[in-house]
Design a protein around this ligand. Structure first.
Ligand code: ARG
Length: 249
């Protein structure tokens, strides 16, 4: 008798699983698709750790896009120069990391519409800096984050010596120790670095103008979805609100 009852029970559960009446083995949760975002979370105010969680402008915009489109956001932290490969290999669904749109990158990935305009700047030590303007970079030792547009720009300077670091903070640390003469990096993170490193400053010469966007695999169906969500978030003021929360000036 016991055997029959348990057989009937098993059969009932199986049927209700198939009919979708019972949450069995994660079949319910699998309905919310996860999207993996590849980033490099050492780039305040765009992506950085706060209480062991990745926060920042990009993290919040990505969350707002996923909320709108009905995806669960998962953020994967990695080296900046690993992001595009993560996206092209399908390990990540999109890359968002204060990433500048460039023609070179467009050969490998597609970009959404841009969500920010910014510039590259030069950080130097306040005292006795060898670099006083952009021209002085020509013969300087320059620190950059590996694989960034800052890296690409200074790599054109034939007489300069380039030191490439895993993160922006590593490059700035080298500057404070006098191991490099200047750091070329994005304007907004530069302000955060200077705030945290007494004795450093940003030169008034801005470097190059850039646009940030989200990168996705070539011809991904997600790109149109993202652009639609991004457009709505721009229109209804969400993007402005997120920027204002992290950039106070
Ligand atoms: N905007 C620059 C680039 O695309 C630097 C981005 C660095 N981002 C980061 N999360 N570390 O190359």
């Amino acid at each position: 008798m016991k055997k029959i009852i348990s057989l009937v029970l098993v059969a009932l559960i199986a049927v209700s699983c198939v009919m979708g009446l019972t949450a069995c083995g994660g079949s319910k949760t699998a309905e919310v698709k996860e999207l993996h975002m590849a980033t490099n979370a050492a780039f305040e105010p765009y992506e950085y750790y706060k209480n062991k969680k990745i926060v920042g402008i990009d993290a919040e915009i990505a969350q707002a896009i996923c909320d709108k489109l009905g995806y669960k956001l998962v953020i994967d932290d990695m080296d900046f120069d690993a992001i595009i490969t993560a996206v092209t290999s399908g390990k990540a669904d999109f890359g968002m990391a204060g990433m500048t749109v460039t023609d070179e990158r467009k050969k490998a990935v597609d970009f959404t519409d841009s969500y920010t305009t910014t510039t590259q700047v030069i950080i130097v030590n306040e005292k006795d800096s060898k670099v006083k303007n952009a021209d002085d970079l020509e013969t300087a030792t320059i620190g950059v984050q590996r694989g960034t547009t800052g890296d690409v720009y200074v790599s054109d300077l034939k007489k300069a010596k380039i030191e490439r670091f895993n993160t922006g903070p590593d490059a700035v640390l080298a500057l404070t120790k006098g191991k490099v003469d200047a750091v070329v990096i994005d304007g907004q993170p530069a302000k955060e670095f200077v705030k945290k490193n007494a004795g450093t400053k940003i030169l008034s010469d801005p470097f190059a103008k850039e646009e940030y966007a989200i990168c996705l695999a070539k011809n991904s169906d997600l790109t149109a979805e993202f652009n639609k969500a991004l457009g709505e978030l721009k229109k209804d003021g969400t993007i402005d609100k997120i920027n204002a929360k992290y950039i106070k000036e």
